[in-house]
Design a protein around this ligand. Structure first.
Ligand SMILES: [Zn+2]
Ligand SMILES: [Zn+2]
Length: 102
């Protein structure tokens, strides 16, 4: 059966170390860890698209940054929240230019 045309949801393939397999029940796609790096995958938790990085490929079931529990992921989540806040401030108070005296 050929691989389906979709964004694969990669998870570590138990049968072969260093390989990743799509967990979609009808998809037979699998590939090596080196080849999934920088590839698009669907999050095994929320189903959202994300790019697999080195940290992700260490996980049995890779998750996107919003679903991860690592330091880096937390920083990313806080950054996103701050960004959302900043935008609402900008809307309410007008744009303030920063870093002019550098
Ligand atoms: Zn697939
Ligand atoms: Zn997710």
């Amino acid at each position: 059966m050929p691989s389906l045309k979709h964004i694969h949801t990669y998870a570590q393939y138990k049968g072969r170390k260093g390989y990743f397999k799509c967990i979609h029940p009808e998809c037979t796609h699998f590939t090596s860890r080196e080849l999934v790096l920088e590839k698009k995958s669907c999050c095994t938790s929320c189903g959202g698209e994300f790019i697999l990085d080195y940290e992700n490929t260490q996980m049995v079931r890779p998750r996107c940054l919003m679903c991860r529990d690592t330091k880096k992921a937390k920083a990313f989540q806080i950054g996103k929240r701050l960004l959302a806040k900043e935008i609402s401030f900008t809307v309410g108070e007008g744009l303030i230019e920063k870093g002019e005296q550098e």
